[in-house]
Design a binder for this molecule. Structure first.
Ligand code: TNX
Length: 474
């Protein structure tokens, strides 16, 4: 028998002596949703009589199926074309409710077919959130009927930066080729439905009030210099061109959000909030007037005000606001879920401020960072996050009290695509780091890294079968 290789490993797995001999292990297993297990919990019992999968909900039953299918791969051939499945007991439930991956389709557009494959990859790893970063300075990727120029203009850029951007320098190289693309509402509904069938929630992100250059290019009246025609930003970094804080812009964004909510049934909606410079608000007369009206000390505080205004649309529909950790600094609603990205410490600050928090720290789970020696790896944004470091990631900072720890609702890995042009590069950066991440998100028992690698090797064949690229093990 080949060894049992379930990734992420179940919380509890016991293998007994003996075999269940059957012609059809998948077809003959009994499946049940039962009342005596928690929603997220499932069990698998394989005896000489047969296999039984039981779970507290349909979602948990799906997880049972995924685990069971991986377990059955270790069956040995038996007489008469039958197979002999090892006897086993699995008792399992995830440690966290939010087990996510963020995919940035703004810096580089990814075809719908690939997004569906990413969802297959998430399902294989019993992850349950696809955070879909749909808008940024470099492209707007979601069709909005009320404002067609968002995609007619905002989804296309004339050229893209190639090579490395070094901070403070303006000498970029461009590839001269246009880039773009967007998802129609039907595409997005298909993605949402495909994910839902696999127990995965698609959380859309409309990043605001910064990272909005593509939208301002399409509708210059959204910006602080409406007389200037911008271009969809062809290079990376942080743009000073942010939304203005006029009433008309608040209404514009609310209309956009109403359409977004209509496409995405997710209880959580991400409104970004990261990296929003306030230099243009400091210079703008209209923004200064607004700041004075609101009695705010600094222009930067306008960000909190703006977000609260547009987030009314979420409250009307009973959705929860999610934001990057900068939101904690801008007086955001207490019930906002915070995604800690700048560091694990930002997560500590968020929970101490009373926020439910998703740990997504760049030092551990940014998969746009290098995973090997930059001299031999494809060009990446920087950083150093080899597979082993992901495997060793501690989701919950040790310094927190029990009460604070309970506010950490999950964890998420990030694929920012500045340096990834398409599916092949995304697969290479994502896998197998996502497999190691899934162990931490699920709460699999910690074993040595070498033992993990032994379990990971046969798992790579499953990824290959899905037709997704990955980085071979060293
Ligand atoms: C910071 S993470 C950003 C992104 C970049 C990323 C690159 C975050 C909320 N903002 O806009 O793509 O760094 O690693």
């Amino acid at each position: 028998m080949s060894d049992i290789a379930i990734v992420p490993a179940p919380r509890e797995l016991t293998v007994h002596d003996g075999r269940w001999v059957t012609a059809d292990p998948l077809g003959e297993a009994v499946r049940d949703v039962v009342g005596n297990l928690d929603d997220a919990e499932y069990r698998i019992e394989i005896t000489t009589e047969g296999a039984r999968l039981s779970a507290g909900s349909e979602d948990a039953l799906r997880h049972a199926e995924t685990t069971y299918a991986q377990l059955v791969e270790s069956a040995e051939p038996a007489a008469d074309g039958k197979v002999a499945v090892p006897l086993a007991h699995v008792a399992d439930a995830p440690r966290f409710g939010w087990r996510g991956m963020m995919l940035d389709v703004a810096r580089h557009f990814m075809p719908k077919e690939f997004v569906l494959k990413v969802i297959d990859v998430l399902a294989l790893h019993r992850l349950n959130v696809l955070h879909f970063h749909l808008t940024d300075d470099q492209g707007w990727r979601v069709e909005i009927e009320a404002y067609p120029r968002l995609t007619e203009v905002g989804a296309w850029r004339a050229e893209t930066m190639v090579g490395k951007m070094s901070h403070g320098q303006t000498e970029f190289e461009y590839d001269g080729t246009p880039h773009g693309g967007f998802y129609t509402k039907n595409d997005l509904r298909e993605i949402v439905a495909y994910a839902a069938e696999r127990g995965i929630t698609v959380v859309p992100e409309i990043d605001l009030p910064g990272h909005m250059q593509a939208a301002i290019t399409a509708y210059p009246e959204l910006g602080n210099h409406p007389d200037q025609q911008l271009t969809v930003r062809p290079y990376w970094g942080i743009s000073d061109d942010v939304l203005n804080v006029n009433d008309a812009t608040v209404e514009f964004v609310k209309t956009v959000l109403r359409e977004v909510l209509e496409i995405f049934p997710s209880p959580y909606i991400h409104l970004g909030g990261d990296e929003c410079p306030s230099v243009q608000w400091a210079e703008s007369e209209a923004a200064q007037k607004r700041q004075a009206e609101l009695g705010l000390d600094e222009p930067g505080q306008l960000q909190g005000w703006f977000t609260a205004q547009v987030a009314e649309v979420l409250a009307e529909e009973g959705r929860r606001l999610v934001g990057w950790d900068e939101m904690v600094d801008t007086d955001c609603p207490r019930d906002a879920v915070i995604m800690a990205w700048r560091s694990a410490q930002r997560g500590e600050i968020a929970v101490k401020a009373g926020h439910e928090t998703v740990m997504a720290p760049c030092e551990s789970v940014y998969f746009d960072y290098y995973q090997g020696d930059p001299a031999t790896e494809p060009l990446a944004i920087g950083g150093d996050i080899p597979l082993e470091k992901v495997y060793d990631f501690e989701v919950i900072p040790a310094a927190l009290s029990e009460e604070e720890k309970a506010l950490i609702v999950g964890t998420q890995c990030q694929i920012w695509t500045e340096y990834m042009e398409g599916p092949e590069q995304v697969g290479y950066m994502l896998l197998p780091r996502l497999s190691a991440f899934a162990e931490r998100a699920w709460g699999s028992p910690k074993i040595s890294y070498d033992e993990f690698l032994t379990r990971l090797r046969p798992h790579l064949a499953r990824i290959e079968k899905l037709g997704v690229n990955y980085r071979p093990l060293d």
